[in-house]
Design a binder for this molecule. Structure first.
Ligand code: FES
Ligand code: FES
Length: 215
């Protein structure tokens, strides 16, 4: 039996005259890429920027926002998170960096009244925003009267090491403002983004419930 291969009966698809074939596309892009690389190596950045008219994106941005009632205007790297802005630029280390990836809630703050993970929030996107951190929660300031939820955390002994506590309290404030406090289960559900490695969950829920009931 013959095993000789024959050409397929169906003719290969034709392409419109103006469309580049895969082969010419690869050949063209390889040549252009090589020229760019060669240009960069030989002539340096000027060959890629000035002569081609390309404009580099700005690496930093200016943003004006209010933090705990105080106006700030700062210029930061575009990649700076709100958490790093607070801790490293504004000297507000109360918001904690746990995972730095949106998984633990230790960095929770309020932005325009809504709770957010500040580690996942870009500072330069907060033009005009109102940010509240744990440092700005107490109505009497740092030396004054505590916020009712702060008092409830103390009364309920709702912490051990305290690392998660600022995030738990800010999230608890958000949870109460949102009205997600109809039952312990509901509080647990809406506080589930805040992890406590010390396992103080029962007392944290009690503190939120106590504050929501105004007791
Ligand atoms: Fe932001 Fe963990 S540090 S969620
Ligand atoms: Fe230690 Fe929550 S009190 S992690």
């Amino acid at each position: 039996m013959s095993t000789e291969l024959t050409e397929p009966a169906v003719p290969p698809p034709t392409e419109p005259p103006s469309a580049p074939s895969r082969r010419t596309f690869i050949a063209t892009t390889t040549a252009v890429g090589g020229a760019v690389v060669a240009g960069g190596l030989i002539a340096g950045p000027a060959a890629l920027g000035t002569e081609t008219g390309a404009v580099a994106a700005p690496l930093s941005g200016r943003v004006s926002l209010t933090v705990n009632g105080k106006q700030h205007t700062v210029t930061v790297d575009n990649r700076t998170s709100l958490l790093d802005l607070l801790r490293e630029h504004l000297d507000l280390p109360g918001s904690k960096k746990g995972c730095n990836a949106g998984a633990c809630g230790a960095c929770t703050v309020l932005v325009d009244g809504r709770r957010v993970n500040s580690c996942l929030t870009l500072a330069v996107r907060l033009e005009g925003a109102e940010v509240t951190t744990i440092e700005g929660l107490a109505p009497g300031g740092e030396d004054g009267e505590l916020h009712p939820l702060q008092s409830a955390f103390v009364e309920q002994d709702a912490f051990q090491c305290g690392y998660c506590t600022p995030g738990q309290i800010m999230s608890g404030v958000g949870c109460i403002q949102e009205g997600h406090t109809g039952s312990k289960d509901e509080i647990r559900e809406w506080m589930s983004g805040n992890i406590c490695r010390c396992g103080c969950y029962v007392k944290i829920v009690r503190a939120v419930e106590q504050t929501a009931r105004g007791k």
